[in-house]
Design a protein around this ligand. Structure first.
Ligand code: ADP
Ligand code: MG
Length: 714
């Protein structure tokens, strides 16, 4: 191995034996450039080949390991097409299995009657015997045990599972000998964690489930600890009472109430009061507004905006998607117009000229000429947006924004008041550590007259009935959303899909094929020729997306197949049925969000989760959705089942968006205890040494973890 002139871990991946230019490029696509990156490519699952089954008790939903003795010599058959297949029989105490390999003649010499192998593959029943096709075979002897947990890596074109495993193990040999533990020893022992070297070795080649659990705990801890320390170093979200902000003392609340079509609920009134109190003070508000989907957060935002404007200032409302921006604009603009408040829309898809015009008008020193409110997407963040007189920045669907991004937002416009709204009901413990210094307002009451969205979990065998149900809903005058995780068939993991957690009880890597929005829509249209089926996904042009959404909102199309772009905030009261395909792919909170898209009108609404993953974990998780309708309980269960990862980087990757921060392990941990421990430890360490001067190695690690996107360490 050529690793001269390089210190172990920083060795470029191309220097590793067996990795040429082409493979190095493939690795680069996976953001792996050095050996340090490679050893942190944690397996996405493990094949539990140690779970030895009898043929008669093999898993029905995936691959099994069986120990079989070869009974007959392999028989080779040549087909005229030059294809060949090899067949032989093997047995265990429960039955006989016919094993077939295609086009692998050379294997003939590997299987002799009387030899025993551990076969890994799918066992299927065929009459009175079993069959396996192209199983993986490993010679089996009692005295040399085979590894029982075999890692499965995320792969990419040009890199096979096997190659990655080999490269990782070669990289470990270089990296481990002079690996320095990044955690201060006191932190490590206090938290009862294994060493980093042990964790890295066990995560790639676990000796046992126990060892794997310890490794996962350690690596999870590291990420959360680094995150917490990093946030602390960067000044995090601390609000500074020494900073000044415009005191907004004219509330305009009565004016707003007069033009609203409904009365505020008690919870809304309380929250609005909290917000207006904050804004009346001469230092920046830093408040988080949380409340279940549909509880009516938008009107609270409107109250804050009216207050800012009536006090003589401007306000900005930022949302994560363009669809949502346009929807807010459509809802709020007419309302504000009644109050003589001017609203502008600013989205990424606008022409440069239009964007320029809106930006310039926002900066206009003449209050009569500039918009009072601007609603927009991240485009707002780009250079050149300045406000003549900013006082308030609101971010909706806060969980979609990175925490850093939020800090940038509030910093950018001088010292504006900041209101962050999230429909992901963040469990209280997590909110505390994530948003430590933010004041939290909570809407814990729904507007009157809301109905429960009845939720069902079904498998593929219900397809016909489901189509009939779609027809029925449409016949009753309703509309249907269908959410698929992927855009095109070939796409294995589009970035808007939350990847499945690899939990300890979830060692099986196989998955049902993904439903793809585009093909799906075409098939459905064929099955329901009398209905109008349309689709929308994140890769479409904005005008197309908008047209599809508008047609649906206007009732021109009755069925809308989409990816998760519709997840946030979209409001079509006429929609009565939400179908989620491959539901096992989504986090519970995300499913709850999706479910919140229906049941917004007076009609009884339904949510159908379609999943063919009959594994215990998936079924239990999804079953929660059919029995629990409260966003907070769901969030708590999500946290308990999947760990904090989904909250830290849900869906589109909230935090990932704001830099290169990535939790590879944290979303895999099952208990929030690690998080609490890590955050407490971080706080203690920073209290003792707030520049990490005595912990250069840790500092390096944090910088690596954040890709130092914030330059926070300088
Ligand atoms: P979310 O909290 O999910 O953002 P919205 O603000 O979009 O919820 O509100 C959901 C729906 O409830 C909207 O159609 C809104 O007009 C309606 N709504 C909000 N507050 C009330 C209320 N106090 N009474 C009746 N309807 C309300
Ligand atoms: Mg909303």
């Amino acid at each position: 191995m050529d690793v001269k002139n390089q210190t172990g871990a920083q060795t470029p991946i191309a220097n590793l034996y067996g990795v040429g230019k082409v493979k190095a490029a493939a690795y680069q696509k996976m953001h792996i450039e050095t050996l340090a990156d490679l050893v942190r490519l944690y397996p996405r699952a493990y094949e539990d080949r140690g779970d030895i089954r009898l043929l008669s008790t093999a898993r029905e939903d995936g691959k099994s390991a069986v120990i079989l003795t070869v009974a007959t010599a392999p028989h080779l058959t040549r087909l005229r097409s030059h294809k060949t297949f090899l067949k032989f029989r093997a047995y265990d105490d429960s039955g006989t299995c016919e094993i077939t390999y295609f086009n692998q003649d050379y294997l003939r010499a590997s299987f002799f009657p009387g030899d025993t192998f551990r076969f890994w593959g799918k066992v299927e029943k065929s009459g009175n015997h079993y069959v396996m096709t192209s199983p993986l075979a490993e010679p089996w002897t009692e005295d040399i045990p085979l590894p029982s947990l075999v890692p499965v890596y995320r792969t990419t074109e040009g890199l096979s599972q096997k190659q990655i495993a080999l490269h990782v193990s070669a990289a470990l040999q270089v990296v481990l000998p002079d690996l320095e533990d990044v955690l201060p020893e006191s932190v490590r022992t206090e938290a009862g964690l294994c060493t980093l070297a042990y964790a890295l070795r066990q995560i790639h080649a676990p000796e046992s489930i126990d060892a794997l659990a310890r490794a996962k705990r350690r690596l999870t801890f590291d990420e959360l600890f680094c995150f917490a320390v990093g946030m602390g170093l960067s000044g995090g979200l601390k609000q500074n009472a020494a900073l000044s902000a415009p005191a907004c003392t004219v509330t305009g609340l009565d004016e707003l109430k007069a033009v609203l079509p409904f009365a505020l609920t008690r919870a809304q009134a309380r929250v609005v009061d909290e917000i207006l109190q904050d804004m009346s003070r001469p230092y920046p508000m830093s408040r988080m507004l949380v409340g279940d989907v549909g509880c009516g957060k938008t009107v609270c935002a409107a109250a804050a905006i009216v207050c800012a404007v009536r006090s003589g200032y401007q306000a900005a409302l930022m949302v994560p998607t363009e669809i949502l921006a346009r929807q807010h604009y459509a809802d709020l603009c007419p309302l504000f117009e009644k109050l003589g408040i001017r609203t502008a829309l600013l989205v990424g898809a606008d022409t440069p000229a239009r964007k320029k015009a809106v930006r310039e008008s926002l900066a206009d020193s003449d209050p009569a000429k500039r918009p009072d409110v601007v609603i927009g997407t991240q485009a707002l963040l780009s250079d050149g947006v300045t406000f003549a007189s900013p006082a308030l920045v609101i971010t909706d669907e806060q969980h979609r924004f990175g925490v850093h991004q939020r800090a940038v937002l509030s910093g950018k416009n001088g010292y504006a008041h900041l209101l962050a709204m999230s429909a992901t009901p963040i469990p209280r413990t997590l909110a505390l550590v994530l948003y430590g210094d933010l004041a939290i307002s909570r809407i814990d009451e729904m507007p009157p007259g809301r109905q429960r969205v009845n939720t069902y979990l079904v498998g593929e065998e219900y397809r016909d009935r489901l189509n009939a149900f779609i027809r029925k809903q449409v016949a009753l005058g309703g509309q249907v959303y269908i959410v698929c995780p992927a855009v095109e068939e070939s796409e294995e993991a589009p970035d808007e899909v939350e990847m499945d957690a690899i939990g300890f009880g979830d060692l099986h890597p196989e998955r049902a094929p993904l439903k793809a929005a585009v093909t799906y829509a075409a098939e459905l249209q064929a099955a329901l020729p009398d209905l109008h089926v349309a689709f929308v996904h994140g890769k479409m042009k904005t005008v197309e997306k908008e047209a599809a959404m508008n047609d649906f909102a206007a009732g021109k199309t009755q069925v809308l197949v989409s990816t998760t772009v519709i997840e946030v905030g979209v409001n079509v009261p006429n929609a009565t049925l939400m179908i989620v395909e491959n539901a096992e792919r989504f986090g519970l909170s995300q499913l709850h969000q999706l479910r919140g898209r229906v049941g917004r009108g007076s009609r009884q609404s339904y949510c159908v989760l379609v999943s063919d993953d009959h594994g215990k974990t998936a079924t239990e998780r999804l079953h929660t959705m059919t029995t629990t309708y409260d966003g907070y309980s769901i969030a708590e269960q999500d946290l308990a089942q999947r760990g904090p990862g989904d909250f830290l980087a849900p869906g589109n990757g909230a935090i990932r968006q704001s830099g290169k921060v990535e939790f590879k392990m944290a979303s895999l941990c099952r208990d929030s205890d690690v998080m609490t421990e890590a955050f407490t430890a971080a706080r203690l360490l920073l209290d003792a040494d707030n520049t990490l001067s005595s912990y250069p190695k840790l500092k390096e690690e944090i910088s690596y973890f954040f890709s130092d996107s914030m330059g926070m360490l300088n």
